[in-house]
Design a protein around this ligand. Sequence first.
Ligand code: AR6
Length: 187
Amino acid sequence: MRGDGTLRSLRIGDRELVLEKGDITRHKADAIGNAANSRLAGGGGVDGAIHRAGGPAIMAECRKIGGCPTGQAVVTTAGNLPARYVIHAVGPVWRGGGAGEDELLASAYRSTLERADAHGVETLALPSISTGVYGFPLERAAPIALRTVAEHLKKGKTSLRRVTFVLFNDETMAAYEKALGKLAAGG
Ligand code: AR6
């Protein structure tokens, strides 16, 4: 814990939850998460960056799969990226908070973690789902994201050894550091 109550990594048994600032397309992990849309049609933000860096093989598989409901995730190849898989999660569009957004966001992360386990993934990188184009408030999304991953890492049966949130800008990094500090303090 730092003096201001923020934190960059948390050990959970022999597993680890880490925060890092950067571009997820450059991150080396067995799998990286994507913040996709339910048509798996590509778009802007991290989704656009992943398809640009990974090449057309990812979209070819997305087309075959056809779509993914909000709160769920699907797995494709990672194409030219330095990962084996991309796990495309569909977070909720923010509609003011009364439309089940919190639970849908937690569900998108849970589904991603379950898919990772199903593929024997040991190291997973995740973006901050829904907090860009989809408008989910960062201060509300960060504790949900971290709590959901921490709960999963506490489970006896998971292949995951390290989950790293790769956060694109200072604002996002600060919100997650604050939320991780609170989580570690039991909040
Ligand atoms: N690495 C890591 N994080 C990134 C990167 C990157 N290269 N690029 C952006 N981010 P967003 P959403 C951050 O908008 O809100 C797309 O069009 C960004 O700063 O990518 O779930 C999809 O096709 C933010 O913190 O995803 C959907 O239609 C976070 O990634 C829609 O946007 C998520 O922002 C999904 O919206």
